[in-house]
Design a protein. Structure first.
Length: 145
């Protein structure tokens, strides 16, 4: 699962070599091996409950918005490369009360946009893209998540 905030076209294209909307899970997984965390790239491995995920997303996005550039990329279900072990973990499907990709994407969008209380008029409101992949069918990882 991946998120970004603007200016997404330039940032995501530079990071992955193509626009966010065109990326596949397989392409993202391949590129993750060469990408480290930065002030604009964050990996989140595991969550116990949906509420923990929601809180962590809001905290990370607030951090991105508080940088001079105001954007970033979050990969959920991905281990930080500095930690040993398998890189892509996949989030447990039972973490969400829904099992359809579109419902999970909508929940994440609604959680983020519903909690950004106010944005000063001089600042362009952030754009948000959410992409959820099924680890078993979309990513060829042969794992539920």
């Amino acid at each position: 699962m991946s998120l970004y905030t603007s200016p997404r076209e330039d940032f995501i294209s530079a990071l992955f070599g193509k626009p966010f909307e065109a990326l596949t899970c397989k392409e993202i997984c391949e590129k993750l091996g060469a990408i480290n965390e930065t002030s604009h790239v964050e990996f989140k491995e595991l969550f116990e409950k949906e509420e923990g995920l929601d809180q962590e997303l809001l905290r990370t996005i607030t951090s991105f918005l508080n940088t001079a550039e105001g954007y970033g990329f979050i990969a959920l279900g991905v281990r930080d490369p500095s930690k040993p072990g398998e890189r892509v973990k996949c989030l447990d499907k039972n973490l969400f009360k829904w099992n359809k990709v579109g419902q999970i994407e909508a929940h994440i969008r609604d959680t983020i946009l519903g909690n950004l209380k106010s944005i000063p008029r001089a600042i362009t409101p952030p754009r948000l893209g959410v992409k959820v992949f099924d680890c078993k069918s979309d990513c060829d990882l042969d794992r539920d998540g």
